[in-house]
Design a protein around this ligand. Structure first.
Ligand SMILES: [Zn+2]
Length: 591
């Protein structure tokens, strides 16, 4: 705080240990002499009066969150470089604040695309500002192994590298013979220690993930004998289909020797109580065709691939428990018997958290449809490529406690998490863009009491945060100001046979629209004016203004014609212009 105030204003604040006789003109941070139960370890109280600013808490973590709030109460320029502010104003207030959930996490996948150490530290600083206390670090997957393991140097010499591909993942050509593996990277053990210590200073626990038994191609490229086929596979670069994801062989003792070395070191490097073992999206065909695994299934009386996965999870869990840690896995691990200490991370929704809770397991809620930060945040026409959208308002609506979850099971829900998978995210600026502001919405979901949440207030508040991001040079999305385009069927319109028109204009076959379709426009943020054109010109506030009623598509417009839409606020453009083919609008029918 001192460095921020000093930098932004040119003030020179002075530190001193608390002196009760000089109680004025100070910002004091005080630990409660008597533990205040309501505040717990993370809560704080904040008093701003004309004489002084005072933060009180039971523990230093609470003082830290009090400080984060205090910084947010100062003007946005506080996030900027030196000398922009002449004075700092803060309103007088009194706050008592503590989190609703103990687990407030963000997951970043650094396997699909590696991010350098300095960025990880900057990301941790950003997360801490929004009172996140967990950084779930997805360190391994098919595309790259990112953590140095002593004695297993091929993991990072081979498993951390792949041929470079730029463009849209999923459509890349496979690695070619003799192609150089030029893209990738990894964290040395010294990097890991540095980042873990840095995170600790920001009251963030790093939970490492070693994704097993599936999503293990990088591990297998380094040590091919860990696969069922013992084949030397090329690295995964983002080719079509799902063939680049491989399982480790469960029935081969060699697998377990390597896993023992890996988890011994991972458990030593990370002070976290938990290690994430992955467990998601396992295919069974390799196992079912493998002599080692068939034999194991016979000996253990396992009748399916799912049973073999449960056996794997249980064996890996015992290994991790023997190193003094507990496991977390994606909700796919719930098939089979687990130690009661194990946590399910519920990504598929489907009430799997209830499944976990009924069996006495804690659960962390990160259902794909609300918390996946790799989804586009606005119209896919203008967003970086991703086929589906989770808007800011959708993230904000999320509640980790599903209405269908019985009261008696609520205590099993530890909290929630936003997850950023990076198949489509290459650059660190894009990581920031996908994270913010949705991670602000989620931070409020995880911290604040449900009745305090209000979307309209949130829209007001978020603008101040955008300014802060601007000063701090953090990238973020302003998609919430964009127009939203969809279609509706007007069933009062009776149509005989519109397709017959194609007999006159065969070259336009397939472009004729159902004449009952009308276009509907909206925006996430209230109070925006929406303007549109059908004539291929770019609209401004002199064009037709949307009046809230479905728009009739003009005569002559075909499926490949566009509606172009912009948003304005107080006479100034605010969102991006979206040009949407009418055939596309017609596909977006509101039910
Ligand atoms: Zn096998």
């Amino acid at each position: 705080m001192k460095s921020k105030i000093d930098a932004a204003t040119g003030y020179r604040l002075r530190y001193s240990s608390f002196d009760r006789s000089s109680n004025e003109n100070v910002i004091s941070f005080l630990l409660n002499e008597k533990f205040e139960v309501e505040l717990g370890q993370e809560g704080y109280s904040l008093l701003v009066s004309t004489e002084r600013i005072e933060v009180r808490a039971n523990a230093t973590q609470g003082l830290f969150y009090g400080l984060m709030t205090l910084l947010q109460l100062l003007p946005p320029e506080i996030e900027g470089e030196a000398g922009r502010l002449n004075n700092l104003n803060i309103q007088c207030l009194q706050i008592k604040d503590f989190p609703r959930f103990q687990w407030r996490g963000i997951m970043l996948d650094v396997s699909r695309h590696f991010q350098p150490k300095e960025f990880i530290k900057s990301y941790i600083v950003q997360l801490a500002k929004y009172k996140y206390n967990i950084f779930h670090w997805h360190l391994t997957d098919d595309h790259g192994w990112r953590i140095e393991i002593e004695g297993l140097s091929k993991l990072t010499e081979i498993g951390a590298w792949k041929p470079s591909r730029i463009g849209r993942p999923g459509r890349f050509e496979p690695p070619q013979p003799h192609e150089m593996n030029t893209e990738g990277g990894f964290y040395t053990q010294s990097d890991i220690k540095e980042i873990v210590a840095f995170a600790k200073e920001h009251f963030i626990t790093i939970v490492p993930e070693i994704d097993l038994p599936g999503h293990s191609l990088a591990l297998i490229t380094a040590y091919p004998d860990m696969s069922c086929t013992k084949t030397k596979y090329p690295p995964q670069v983002g080719t079509p289909g799902f063939n680049g994801s491989l399982e480790v062989c469960v029935g081969n003792v060699y697998t377990w020797q390597i896993l023992d070395s890996i988890f011994t070191q991972v458990c030593e490097l990370f002070p976290s109580e938990y290690v994430h073992i992955g467990g998601d999206e396992v295919r069974y065909d390799f196992w079912l065709n493998c002599s080692h695994d068939r034999r194991l299934m016979e000996t253990e009386g396992l009748s399916s691939g799912a049973d073999l996965q449960a056996y794997f999870t249980s064996k890996l869990e015992k290994l991790v428990l023997s190193k003094g840690k507990k496991i977390i896995g994606w909700d796919d691990i719930l098939h089979g018997q687990l130690d009661s200490s194990s946590i399910a991370m519920s990504w598929r929704g489907l009430g799997l958290e209830k499944n976990a809770a009924v069996r006495g397991h804690n659960a962390i809620m990160c259902p794909e449809n609300f918390t996946y930060l790799n989804y586009a945040q606005g119209d896919t026409i203008v967003e970086p490529y991703f086929p589906r959208t989770i808007r800011l308002s959708t993230s904000y609506e999320f509640d980790p406690i599903a209405p269908s979850l019985p009261d008696s099971l609520h205590r099993y829900i530890l909290g929630g998490q936003g997850n950023l998978w990076t198949e489509n995210v290459f650059h660190y600026r894009h990581v920031e863009y996908m994270t913010w502001p949705r991670a602000i919405a989620l931070s409020e979901v995880f911290w604040s009491p449900l009745p305090k949440r209000n979307w309209v207030n949130f829209c007001d508040k978020i603008e101040d945060h955008f300014l802060r991001f601007d000063y701090a040079n953090i990238n973020y999305s302003r998609a919430l100001y964009d127009p939203i385009i969809s279609g509706v069927i007007d069933s009062t319109i009776v149509v005989e046979k519109y397709e017959s028109d194609t007999s006159f204009y065969p070259e336009f076959h397939g472009q004729f629209l159902d004449p009952r379709i009308k276009v509907v426009l909206s925006s996430e943020v209230p109070g925006l004016d929406i303007y549109y054109t059908f004539d291929n010109s770019n609209p401004d506030n002199f064009y037709s203004k949307y009046d809230g009623k479905p728009i009739t598509i003009p005569k002559g417009a075909l499926g490949d014609s566009e509606i172009r839409v912009v948003t304005y606020r107080n006479g100034k453009p605010i969102g991006r212009q979206i040009n949407c083919k009418l055939a596309e609008a017609a596909k977006r029918l509101q039910l």
